[in-house]
Every structure is written in structure tokens, then in C-alpha cells.
Design a protein. Structure first.
Length: 381
């Protein structure tokens, strides 16, 4: 019997895990207030950057005594800047449960050559935070974008820790509650949950992280774009919008537009609710079928943004080729773009469920996933 294609299609087939789909109703006209061709150090440029910082604080509920800086090179730039500036004062604990976390381990162990204990878990699982020594500096990724496994909360992080916690939260910020009192350094980029642009990173520092910056100078040289102190004092200007180098004012405007949208849908609570409802739509779909499952083994750790699924049907002959063929079919049909699992992750699909995605589009995509699955099973035979 011929397999029937679903009648309905997602209005927006963009499910990429970064850059993620723009805010609903986005158009380039919305950026017309960007001060193009003006200096980012002019009054208007500085005002835009400051607004971006302060609206970020307001929506994410970041405490008033935490510094927020816009830094070069997207989330990677923010994480590198933090690790190169802060680590080495004491032992580090490096946590990884997917490829981005693993990348930070490589940097610290092989490049910086810091005395570090490495804690890893396989794709689908998470490091047990109850076993970590928080008197060391602990580096981790809140949401593993390539495995779809996230920390459920920060309860295991002690309030009276002596080390710093350095958290790559790029696929978590704006879609998940982050416990600021447990995070000394938090990083993210604009291209994820808010559907902004690549290139710019955000670095959030607790007072303890600032104290470390002002009391400790690493033994290695720091390039200009990593330097946050001068003469042993924090360069405060960075944290009010005096960026280290030139930002794109077009991307800043785009971020401001996304932040305004975020406020209009109820701020953080609205953003979290949208991602959770999207992810639940995928979870329910998987629970009701025996040929597809969430890659996250423990539902408590299942991501609400980068939802990763695997095909579990034992008729599948070559798992990697099968998953690629399903993703290719969805792309060819124009119903689901950029759904393939990350190159280093187990075979499957990764369906971005972040807050800019409409639940109706997830609901319309899933019957197509079933259709593509059946079509590829048939194609194998
Ligand atoms: C957890 C995590 N860290 C870092 C990155 C790199 O982000 P960027 O390209 O914004 O530097 C990504 C991108 O997907 C990510 O998911």
C-alpha cells in the first residue's frame, strides 16, 4: 500500500538548532531603527548596547550586582574568554556529556594544560553533579545541544562553594530557568533561543567571578579580545556597552527586536512555556510510538530546546544512513530543514523546540517524520 503524505505542512519548516528560526512574524523592516553607519561609541550606539544589556538582565532576572557584557565571537568567544581569564588559580573539574562540553575539556586540558579532573557521560546521560568537588572550578554546559540532555536544576551546586561555576548556557538561556546564585559565569549567544544572529556572545559574571578577575592573573598571555581587566581592575565599561571591539549594530538591533518580542509574550515565563510545550509535543509523539525514542534516557534531564530523537525499529539496517535519509526526505519535501543529528552525535534527528518555534509547526512536522520513517523503511526493502 502506498504511504500517504500528510495533508498539512508546517507553515515554517525551520527547525535548526542554530541559528534558530527568527521570532514569529519577523521581517527585515523591523530592523529599520538600527543606527547603521554610526559609531558604536556614539551616544546612540552606546544607548542601544546598554539597552540590550539591561533588557537581558530584566528578562532573565539577572541580579543587579552581576555584570553582563557583549563580547566577540559568539558563545564560543564568551566561554573562551572566561576560561582563559579565570582558570588556573585552582584545580578545575571539566564536565561533558556531548560534543560542546567535550570541546571545552580539550581546551582546558590540552591547550591551557590546567590541572583538571574530567567527568564525562555518554550521549543520552548526564554527569552526576552530586559527585563533583565545587571547591574546584567547575565547567559545564547547561543544555547539551547535541544530545538533548540538560541539567534539571542547580540544586547540587552548593551555595558556599569555593570554586567558580562556569556554565555554557547557550541553548538554555531564555528557554530554561537558570539559578543565578549558583552560576558564577554564564555564557550564551543570540542565535539560539531568541532567533538572533551569530557573531556576538554574552558573558554574565557574578561578584565572585569579578573578584577572581581582580585578584588573579593567569600565567599565559591574553589577547586583547579576552582582556577584561586593566591594572588589576575590572574594565567596567565592557559591562555597560563599551564593547572591546566593534559589534554589528544591525545584529544588536535584531537582538533588541527579539527581546521586545520576548517581553510581549510574558518574558521569561512565556519563553519557557513555549519551549516546554513544543518539547512536550515531541515527547508525547515518541511515547505513543515504538519506533522512535528520546535520546535523553532520564525524562528529568530531557532538553526542552534541542530535542534529540533516535530510531529504535529493529528493521533498520544502517542506523546512520537511515537517519540521514529521513532528514534528507523531510528537507526535500520542504517540511523540515536542518533536522539531522549533530555530526558527532548518535544517529537520529534533532528537532529545535526553542521559544521562537510555533507549537503548530512542531505538531505539523511530526506526521511528516512518521511518513518519512515509513517511506525509508519501505525504501530499504
Ligand atoms: C552548547 C553550545 N556551546 C557552544 C556553541 C557554539 O556557539 P556559537 O557558535 O554561538 O559560538 C553551541 C552552538 O550550537 C552550543 O550549542
Amino acid at each position: 500500500m502506498a504511504i500517504q503524505a500528510p495533508a498539512a505542512r508546517p507553515a515554517n519548516p525551520r527547525f535548526s538548532s542554530g541559528p534558530c528560526t527568527k521570532i514569529p512574524g519577523f521581517s527585515l523592516d523591523m530592523l529599520s531603527d538600527a543606527p547603521l553607519g554610526r559609531s558604536h561609541r556614539a551616544v546612540i550606539g552606546k544607548a542601544k548596547l546598554k539597552e540590550a544589556i539591561e533588557t537581558t538582565r530584566e528578562i532573565l532576572g539577572i541580579p543587579a550586582d552581576y555584570r553582563i557584557g557583549i563580547v566577540p565571537a559568539s558563545d564560543t568567544g564568551a566561554v573562551e574568554m572566561a576560561m582563559w581569564s579565570l582558570l588556573g588559580e585552582r584545580k578545575a573539574t571539566m564536565c561533558a556529556w556531548e560534543s560542546f562540553g567535550a570541546g571545552w575539556v580539550t581546551d582546558v586540558v590540552k591547550q591551557l594544560k590546567i590541572d583538571a579532573e574530567t567527568k564525562t557521560a555518554d550521549y543520552g546521560d548526564i554527569v552526576d553533579f552530586g559527585t563533583l568537588d565545587f571547591n574546584t572550578d567547575v565547567v559545564f554546559t547547561w543544555n547539551g545541544t547535541t544530545s538533548g540532555v540538560r541539567l534539571p536544576n542547580g540544586d547540587a551546586i552548593p551555595a558556599n562553594r569555593e570554586g567558580l561555576t562556569i556554565c555554557d548556557a547557550t541553548s538554555a538561556a531564555f528557554a530554561m530557568d537558570l539559578p543565578w546564585d549558583k552560576l558564577d559565569v554564564t555564557t550564551f549567544s543570540w542565535q539560539k533561543v531568541l532567533g538572533g544572529e551569530g557573531g556576538h556572545g554574552v558573558l554574565v559574571l557574578s561578584p565572585r567571578a569579578v573578584a577572581r578577575l581582580e585578584s588573579y592573573a593567569p600565567a599565559w598571555p591574553l589577547p586583547k579580545i579576552f582582556r577584561m581587566t586593566k591594572g588589576g581592575k575590572l574594565i567596567e565599561g565592557i559591562f555597560v556597552g563599551e564593547t572591546i571591539n566593534t559589534p554589528s549594530m544591525l545584529c544588536v538591533e535584531d537582538y533588541l527586536v527579539s527581546l521586545k518580542w520576548a517581553k510581549s509574550i510574558g518574558g521569561l515565563e512565556g519563553l519557557v512555556d513555549r519551549a516546554t510545550a513544543n518539547a512536550k509535543t515531541v515527547w508525547d509523539f515518541c511515547d505513543a510510538r515504538d519506533w522512535i525514542a528520546n535520546l535523553a534516557n532520564d525524562p528529568a534531564t530531557a532538553s526542552t530546546t534541542s530535542v534529540c530523537v533516535k530510531f529504535t525499529d529493529d528493521r533498520i539496517k544502517d542506523g546512520a544512513a537511515f537517519a540521514k535519509a529521513v532528514a534528507k526526505r523531510l528537507e526535500k519535501e520542504g517540511v523540515g530543514l536542518d533536522l539531522g543529528a549533530y555530526r558527532d552525535a548518535p544517529a537520529g534527528l534533532r528537532i529545535w523546540c526553542g521559544s521562537t518555534v510555533e507549537q503548530a509547526d512542531i505538531a505539523a512536522l511530526l506526521p511528516w517524520v512518521e511518513y518519512a520513517f515509513e517511506a525509508e523503511i519501505a525504501a530499504q526493502a
